[in-house]
Design a protein around this ligand. Structure first.
Ligand code: F6P
Length: 541
């Protein structure tokens, strides 16, 4: 943002700051004015600490930044990822389910449609246990998704969230980490001859995925008396690097493409979602795309005052840059959404964790807050104490599902009651006077000391997001909402949301350290601390 825009936000913040959320919420129209719906998703911003003039100021900044032009450019395939000279076309992956005509290039649409058809054919063959034409043996019962980051988080979240929509045809496993404990445990649990490994890596250079791939390949080959060709039949690859997959002996019919125009953290809609399609079946996978397309259509057509992704972005900018909050909590009140905070950590922090713009100059304001969280009500019994009474304020997204996929009404009512109670408690708090009135015994000083400890400052903002039910459609819409929020924040913060140079240095160093850790010399070029730690590990291993 420009200096004048930041100054306008600072002026608004100074004006709003003295108004407690209690005061803002005394307006009977607050909920009606500040809550908005797109299909199965309700976004209620009435417990955010801002008023109409502040929203107007934010809207004026979005207009001046050209939010509609940026949105339309993305959908049309403009090169938004400037540092890698790539268009950003994850929305084209679900355009087939959109009600609006897609402005994405026809060649891209054709490739996507062809891949979706290949995916459907493979899922169908596996479901019927008739994938011999692909070179996959009969009797597959277990699917292992081998991928990390965007090749893991989105598919894993969706598979867990949509448990109620599972066909039950396969057992699904995820192996993101290079930590051999999990790999070894998985190999003990499942039968190699009945396992299909989905090697999912956009780059096909990711150490964790390739190493686990080698380990599983050998494990399967051993089950065939060392026959590596037989083991190869248990592998399907999803990658933008089709040639590298071929080098591992995975033939083209078992390689589904990914593309440079889809970022890893935006890729669950592509063949990266194969494990999800195997979990919920292709019709449900299409419904997942439909939900995202619904949010895309909303984003493309709703005015700024009713546009969920834009409003979510503006509120995030307000909390970060006007009110100065450095963290953002995500609390889903649904165990199926337990992986949502981790998914959003990658989506938001890998996309927006930047400190310079495309021209290399430092940005004018803070960018992404620390995103973290875990499921409610568990979180209430862990870290909510600090959120209610600690010295720092953490704005929250409280996410609930109105209709559960079970008949345990008392459980669900209690879950939702807690969600609503927390939002109200964070906003309204409990005054010192109210706490004092409750302290009936002791001296005056003792009563006052206790009351101070039992006071809740309140004035702590949250958004409430309600899904009508947790279905493929609503989950698709929810994830697309967050994707577009990120696009809009990147625009306002003047950064590229689609590269991730910050992950490279550690990868390079790990490659250099590995030989030293195993047996080689410890190069003097490493710093003293790292050399010391390498020696310490070698001495004890
Ligand atoms: O290290 C970060 C990252 O590049 C992510 O952006 C990506 O989602 C993940 O690694 C996995 O990458 P790949 O799909 O290429 O294996």
């Amino acid at each position: 943002m420009q200096d004048a825009q930041l100054e306008s936000l600072a002026r608004e913040a100074a004006r709003v700051a003295p108004r407690h959320l209690r005061d803002l919420l005394s307006d009977e129209n607050r909920y009606a004015r500040w809550s908005h719906r797109a299909g199965p998703v309700l976004l209620d911003l009435s417990k955010q600490k801002l008023d109409e003039p502040a929203l107007d100021a934010l809207g004026a900044i979005a207009q001046a930044c050209g939010w509609e032009a940026r949105r339309d450019a993305m959908f049309a395939g403009a090169v938004l990822n400037a540092s890698e000279q790539r268009p950003v076309l994850h929305t084209a992956l679900r355009a087939i389910e959109s009600r609006l005509p897609s402005p994405a290039p026809q060649a891209v649409r054709d490739e996507i449609d062809a891949t979706l058809a290949r995916m459907a054919a493979l899922v169908d063959a596996l479901e019927r246990d008739a994938a011999g034409d692909y070179g996959i043996p009969a009797g597959i019962t277990d699917i292992v998704n081998l991928g990390i980051g965007g090749s893991d988080l989105g598919p894993r979240l969706a598979v867990e969230a949509l448990a109620a929509s599972h066909t039950g045809r396969f057992r699904l496993h995820f192996l993101p980490n290079v930590d051999g404990h999990e790999t070894a445990a998985l190999m003990r649990r499942i039968d190699p001859k009945r396992t299909l490994v989905l090697l999912v890596s956009k780059s096909f250079t990711t150490q964790e995925t390739l190493l686990n791939g080698r380990v599983l390949r050998e494990w399967i080959a051993n089950a065939y008396g060392g026959d590596d060709a037989a083991a190869a039949g248990h592998f399907v690859a999803v990658s933008a690097n089709v040639a590298a997959a071929a080098k591992l002996g995975i033939p083209p019919e078992r390689v589904l493409p990914m593309w440079d125009f889809v970022g890893g953290r935006y890729s669950v809609w592509s063949a990266v979602g194969l494990v999800l399609a195997l979990a919920i079946g292709m019709p449900n996978f299409r419904a997942f795309l439909r939900g995202a397309a619904l949010m895309d259509d909303h984003f493309r057509t709703a005015s700024w005052r009713e546009n969920l992704p834009l409003l979510a972005a503006l509120v995030g900018v307000w909390n970060r840059n006007a009110l100065g909050f450095p963290a953002h909590g995500v609390i889903p009140y649904h165990d199926g959404l337990a992986e949502l905070p981790a998914f959003l950590q990658q989506l938001e922090m890998e996309s927006l964790g930047k400190r310079v713009g495309a021209d290399g100059a430092p940005v004018a304001q803070s960018t992404v807050p620390v995103v973290w969280g875990s499921v409610g009500t568990n979180a209430q019994h862990a870290f909510f104490q600090a959120l209610h009474q600690g010295t720092d304020v953490v704005p929250l997204d409280l996410i609930g599902v109105v209709r559960p996929a079970h008949a345990l009404k008392d459980n669900h009512d209690a879950l939702l009651a807690n969600l609503l109670a927390q939002g109200a408690a964070f906003a309204l708090g409990k005054t010192f006077d109210a706490a004092l009135a409750e302290a009936t015994s002791g001296t005056d000083d003792e009563r006052r000391a206790l009351a101070a400890q039992r006071t809740f400052p309140g004035d702590r903002p949250s958004s409430t997001i309600l899904l009508d039910a947790l279905t493929p459609e609503s989950l698709g819409a929810l994830l697309a909402l967050y994707e577009h929020k990120v696009l809009m924040q990147a625009l306002l913060w003047d950064i590229n949301a689609f590269d991730q140079w910050g992950v490279e240095l550690g990868k390079t160093l790990a490659k250099a350290i590995l030989p030293a850790l195993v047996d080689g010399d410890v190069p003097a070029a490493f710093d003293a601390s790292t050399r010391g730690l390498i020696q310490a590990i070698r001495e004890k291993s």
